[in-house]
Ligand binder design. Structure first.
Ligand SMILES: *Cc1c(COP(=O)(O)O)cnc(C)c1O
Length: 377
C-alpha cells in the first residue's frame, strides 16, 4: 500500500539521533534550542517554542492568549480535531466558521458573521498546504480586537501571495512534526511568534508552569524555581530535536519533490470531468502536505474502497470537526452549521503524495482513480 503520506528518514538522520544518545542531554538540552533556532530562522520569526506535539503547541497558544471559560474562538471545521480541541482544553467554546468552496480555507465573510461579544481569537488552518487569507483575517482581528492563531501544520515552507512565510503571519503559528508532515521528529510540534511575552508564557507552559528549566538552573547553580501557573509536561526531547535538525536540512528538497509530484497530478487531472483538484490561489507557494481532490459524492465511497484495494492508501481529510459526537454532545453542533464545508466533505478524497514517491506512482494513482470512476455507476 502506498500511504497518503509518509516520513522520509535516511542514514544522516539516524546518525544525528545516535550522536545525541551518546551525549549528556536527552531532554531540555542544547539540541532543543538549536532546533528552535533553526526553524525560527527558516520561517523568519524571533521566537520558536518546541513542544511534544502540534496539539501541545495549539494548547500552549491558547494558554498564552489567556483563553478562558466563557470565551469563544472561531475555528475552521475542515481540519484535524486538535485545531478545535485546544479551545476546549481552556474551557472555552469553539465556534465553527465555514470555508471557501474551492480552497477549503476558512472564509473571512463567515468568520465575520460568527463574531459575538465573547469572541477572543480566530484559528486559521492552512489546509492542505496553502495559506489562508491572512490579510482579511487580520483586518477582522483589528476591528474586533481578536488574536489570530495560524494552524500551519500543513504549510511548513508555504508562502502567501505577498511572499510571507507560513508560520510568520499570525500572532502565534503552530507546526507539527508528526511523521506524515513535511519534516518529522516522531512526535513533536512548535509554536512560533514574534512576541517575546507570548513565547515566554509558552516556554513556561510546556514545563509545568515553572519559570526556569533544568539546564538554566544548572547554569545558574541554583535549586530555586517557582511554579507561577499551572502548566504541563509538554517538553520535547533532544533525541527528537536531533532528528528535527537533520530533517530541516532536507525540507527544501522535500518541498521541491512534493511540488513536482503535485504538478504531475494537476496535469493528469486537467479538465477532467469528474476529478477536481482544489484551487491553488494565485501567487501562493503551496507546500502540498495533502493532495486532495473532489470526486462526485455518490462515487466517493466506492472510489475510496477501490483505491485502497488496489494499493493506494487514499484518505479523507477531514470529517468536519462539528460532526464528531463529542462536539454534537457538548456544543450542540451538527449538520447545517457550515453548509459549504459539509457539502465539500461528501466529495473529498486525499491521494497519496509524499517525498518517497515517484512520478510513475503518481501516474498510476491518477489513472487508477480515473478508471475506477469510469467503471462506477
Ligand atoms: C497534524 C495536525 C495537528 C496536530 O498535530 P500533532 O503533532 O499530531 O499533535 C493539528 N492541526 C492540523 C491541521 C494537523 O494537520
Amino acid at each position: 500500500m502506498i500511504p497518503y503520506g509518509k516520513h522520509h528518514i535516511d542514514e544522516d538522520d539516524i546518525a544525528a539521533v545516535v550522536e545525541v544518545l551518546r551525549g549528556d542531554w536527552l531532554t531540555t538540552g542544547p539540541t532543543v534550542t538549536d532546533f528552535e533556532n533553526g526553524v525560527a530562522k527558516y520561517i523568519g520569526v524571533t521566537n520558536a517554542v518546541a513542544v511534544s506535539s502540534g496539539t501541545a503547541a495549539l494548547h500552549a497558544a491558547m494558554f498564552a492568549l489567556e483563553i478562558k471559560p466563557g470565551d469563544e474562538v472561531i475555528v475552521s471545521p475542515i481540519t484535524f480535531a486538535a485545531s478545535a480541541n485546544c479551545v476546549v482544553y481552556m474551557g472555552a467554546t469553539p465556534v465553527f466558521a465555514d470555508v471557501e468552496p474551492d480552497t477549503l480555507l476558512i472564509d473571512p465573510k463567515s468568520v465575520a458573521e460568527k463574531i459575538t461579544n465573547k469572541t477572543r481569537a480566530i484559528i486559521a488552518v492552512d489546509y492542505a498546504g496553502q495559506t489562508c487569507d491572512y490579510k482579511a483575517l487580520k483586518a477582522i482581528c483589528e476591528e474586533f480586537n481578536l488574536k489570530l492563531v495560524g494552524d500551519c501544520c500543513h504549510a511548513l515552507g508555504a508562502k502567501d501571495e505577498h511572499g510571507q512565510q507560513a508560520g510568520s503571519i499570525a500572532d502565534i503559528s503552530v507546526l507539527s512534526f508528526h511523521p506524515v508532515k513535511h519534516i518529522t521528529t516522531g512526535e513533536g510540534g512548535m509554536a512560533l511568534t514574534n512576541n517575546h511575552e507570548l513565547a515566554k508564557k509558552m516556554r513556561t507552559f510546556r514545563n509545568h508552569g515553572i519559570d526556569v528549566d533544568a539546564s538554566t538552573r544548572s547554569q545558574k547553580c541554583t535549586w530555586v524555581y517557582e511554579m507561577q501557573e499551572l502548566g504541563y509536561n509538554y517538553r520535547i526531547t533532544d533525541i527528537q530535536c536531533a532528528l528535527g535538525i537533520s530533517q530541516l536540512k532536507k525540507l527544501d528538497n522535500f518541498l521541491q519533490i512534493r511540488r513536482q509530484l503535485a504538478a504531475k497530478y494537476r496535469f493528469l487531472f486537467l479538465n477532467h470531468y469528474e476529478i477536481k483538484p482544489l484551487k491553488i490561489k494565485k501567487g501562493v507557494e503551496h507546500a502540498f502536505h495533502l493532495y486532495t481532490v473532489k470526486v462526485p459524492a455518490n462515487k466517493r465511497k466506492a472510489a475510496f474502497e477501490e483505491m485502497r484495494s488496489q494499493g493506494f492508501g487514499v484518505n479523507v481529510h477531514y470529517i468536519p470537526v462539528h460532526y464528531h459526537p463529542y462536539y454534537k454532545k457538548h456544543f450542540n453542533t451538527g449538520a447545517g452549521l457550515c453548509p459549504v464545508a459539509e457539502a465539500a466533505y461528501e466529495e473529498l478524497l486525499t491521494l497519496p503524495l509524499h517525498p518517497g514517491m515517484t512520478e510513475r506512482q503518481i501516474d498510476s494513482s491518477a489513472k487508477t482513480l480515473d478508471t475506477i470512476l469510469k467503471n462506477c455507476k
